[in-house]
Write a protein that binds this ligand. Structure first.
Ligand code: PDD
Length: 288
């Protein structure tokens, strides 16, 4: 189901009236970047962090941000309102726009800006209670996974492989180290410590990842950002994934074997609780 309204290059339109050139470099080269931003009770969550990451992605691909921060705020707010102002997520993307096909940048760039809001589909409570399955797969992506690029073919293929194996997520391994999920960051628990890979070119700097670490530190849960070897992943007592749309989800089987007891673990329960408390405070306007 498509949303009733989308934003395209300055206009708010029904999706069937929103048209992009077949020569758009997003379509032809996947030459663009994107963000997914949740809103709770109509308030955009961690908007500054998402717009900072958008700036970083655009700088990395050498494309000037076509909108000022206030303009992004206004576009997102109008889309959230049009979607009913509840719990929705904004998808936005910026491409290098239409130009005759040539790998090199066009002399004159007219970026395409597209955004819409869609209701958030929460993992149901049964799934939270049971956890989800994951498989490990080689990380076949490029060397700049810190850019939130719209070029997601490897992620699409790896997620599809997970689904066809009866799993919800693919956990990626590069040179013997765990990087992240096909569309999520990954945390493990070893000796009661919460561990996630350090930021760098091989992972997306997840906004949810940062919030989970912030909450862990605020509640005196020991945590580390460092390399996680494949063997350590397999021996972890808990594994969880984080993303703006899935929040913090326990992974209870890995490659068909139980993770720890095979049930969501105590650290997930604590962190998930803190995350929900934080969201509640955010909705009521107590925290930004
Ligand atoms: N993806 N790593 C990858 C590869 C991702 O695609 C995502 C999110 C994350 C988590 O980032 P954040 O916490 O900022 O959402 C990590 C979004 C949700 C998507 O592509 O739909």
């Amino acid at each position: 189901m498509y949303p009733p309204l989308v934003y395209l290059n300055g206009a708010f339109l029904p999706p069937e009236q929103a048209k992009v050139s077949v020569f758009d470099r997003g379509f032809v080269f996947a030459d663009g970047v994107y963000e997914v931003i949740p809103a709770y009770g109509g308030r955009l969550f961690r908007l500054a962090q998402h717009l900072n990451r958008l700036d970083a992605s655009l700088t990395s691909i050498r494309l000037a941000n076509p909108l000022a921060r206030d303009e992004w705020r206004a576009v997102c707010a109008r889309l959230v309102e049009a979607a009913g102002g509840g719990d929705v997520s904004i998808y936005l993307q910026v491409t290098r726009g239409p130009a005759p096909r040539d790998h090199a940048f066009p002399a004159e760039v007219h970026p395409s800006v597209f955004a819409y809001a869609a209701p958030i589909k929460y993992p149901d409570t049964a799934l939270l209670a049971s956890g989800v399955a994951a498989i490990t797969v080689p990380d076949i992506r490029w060397l700049r996974c810190d850019i939130k690029a719209i070029a997601l073919l490897p992620n699409v293929l790896l997620r599809q492989q997970a689904i066809e194996s009866g799993a919800a997520e693919a956990i990626l391994i590069r040179d013997g180290l765990m990087t992240e999920g096909s569309a999520s960051n990954i945390f493990v628990v070893v000796n009661n410590r919460l561990i996630t890979p350090s930021k760098g070119p091989f992972i997306l700097p997840g906004v949810t990842r940062d919030l989970v670490l912030e909450l862990a530190r605020a509640h005196a849960i020991p945590c580390e950002e460092r390399d996680i070897h494949d063997a350590e992943l397999r021996s972890a007592s808990e594994i969880m994934l984080s993303s703006s749309t899935k929040e913090l989800l326990p992974i209870t089987t890995l490659d068909g074997l139980p993770v720890g007891t095979g049930q969501p673990g105590p650290l997930h329960a604590r962190l998930h609780g803190h995350y929900q408390d934080y969201k509640r405070e955010f909705r009521s306007g107590t925290v930004e």
